[in-house]
Design a protein around this ligand. Sequence first.
Ligand code: WT7
Length: 659
Amino acid sequence: MAETSQQHAIDTMFLEERTYPPPEDFAAGANAQAGIYDIPFEQFWEQEGRERITWFEPFTDLYEWEPPYAKWYLGGKLNVCFNCVDRHVEAGDGGVVAYHWEGEPEGDARAITYADLQQDVVRFANALKKLGVQKGTPVGIYMGMVPELPVAMLACTRLGAPHTVVFGGFSADSLSGRMNDMKCEVLITQDEAWRRGSKVGLKKIADEAMADAPGVQSCVVLRRTGSDTPMQEGRDHWWHDLVGDVSDDPQSCPCEPMDSEDLLFLMYTSGTTAKPKGIIHTTAGYLVGTSTTHNYIFDLKQDEDVYWCAADIGWITGHSYIVYGPLCNRTTSVLYEGTPDFPDKDRWWSIVEKYKVTILYTAPTAIRSHMKWGPEYAQQHDLSSLRLLGSVGEPINPEAWIWYREHIGSDRTPIVDTWWQTETGMVLITPLPGVTTLKPGSATQPFPGVVPAVYDEQGNEVGPGGGGYLVLKRPWPAMLRGIFGDDQRYRDTYWSKYEDIYLAGDGARIDQDGDYWLLGRIDDVMNVSGHRISTIEVESALVDHQEVAEAAVCSRADSVTGEAIVAYVTLKGGGEGSIEKLEELRNHVSQKIGPIAKPANIVFTPELPKTRSGKIMRRLLRDVANDRKLGDTTTLADPTVVDEIAKRASDEKAQEAEA
Ligand code: WT7
């Protein structure tokens, strides 16, 4: 053990041995068959590029790699909106539903066909033209999950105007920061958004943001709730007024031919501390990458499937797998405006039943919430239409994986655990559901045409069994083309640890079968007595205990072991902890992983601190564990959660001192 810990950047001890081969009938009809892995890199991406996309002018070169910058499908001309909308209507599929939109207030629903989408997009693009938007004009979008959000994005791409969508939960400061960084001239928003039965004033926040973002000259406001909304004369325009007198004839607003490498959008990703990075995605590689992965990983059957990615379009997951990938593949999707627990905790399952959803894609944090609430909510509904489940955003604990499969997938459906990042644009490590033998907690294999590896500190490949840094050795079509306005930061963040090799910032290990296990962000790795232990392994051991719903683990300084493990645990059904429970959980971890991973202490808490996209903020837990002043809490979904945890942690210490 001592020897391995010197060799490997991260030690791994948690062994999960359950396996799930693909069901026979699924395998027989799957879009991706085993031979897909044998296609050489160039051939694979060349073929997908030619066949999946309609080009105005075909590309002449597959890719160019001048590290750290790549270009793909050089010389090609295309339009993303044309590929996602117009060509489907021209092919006679205008009557196919693109989105079954389900509003948060019950009964508020709309089916939007590809023909409807085309009309809406053409009208709105014509409206934007009236405001001076043209090829190259940067546009900001700050909306909730309404159908007009994809309409706005597609209208921008139709005109060749790059967009940045800012998640509707962000503050005025976050919004103005992004508007200024991208130099947006137009901002599209809505009066208010529905959130858990109450109204959130997006336009009000947009007003505050625009006060600090003087470059924004026009603001378009969609009426969603109908509440009184102050409009600034000359700057603000109602969406319905602008589209009132424009044409919906596609000829009136043809799709702008764009170069393969023209900017499509920026997606800002907040590191946990520093200024958000504007991640650059361009046109052709992004569209090929997202549509190809969407087709094979979700095994999409155009005329049979009802696909639901339950993310928010304000994140990269929504861009790639609600809007661009699925629409390019002429998918019928569900688009849901609200939260999973409104008006009750069975809302998602009622939606699955109502639209007979066949494919559901969500995040571990959502699955763990459903686990915490209990399976009875899912049991109230007929979920038999589901045939495939997906997970993204964090490593999924094996117990959450099993729960998802048993209670949502009737112990029948494959689960695709898809690893990727805002920066990668598309999924890179994932099972193919008709081919791959699944292991709960493992993202399994590189997608065809993707070449990752696990490296040690020195840049040697770590063999099977060992842990290290996840890297990508070759470029891929949807990869980021840089950080907007900051070449140096791009080089420093992703390309400086190893020469010409992309550093993902995640720990990973490869097992004896060549399957990848993601171990969380590198910054979260703990060092106990010289052993590098990943937080996810200890968390998974805790969640493996039948009474634990969620766990977050971090380390604190310890004079003996260097670092000691501290665990924050939420019990199922809101149960309170006890000294006995604490001992039981410590022993459980010891049994699952080994005594070295036993948490030095455990704090029981009703909630864990999470970002708005649902990632646990271990940095703040480290501050609490080390009695430090709390760092930046502005990216927390609910800032009061850490105060509560800090209080519980200090109560516990006081009790210990007394005992
Ligand atoms: C980080 C990227 C990409 C869409 C949503 C998140 C973690 C993502 C997995 C997975 C283990 C995962 C990684 C990654 N992550 N998917 N299947 N297994 N970890 O995008 O906000 O850019 O976050 O999310 O740590 O680096 P993002």
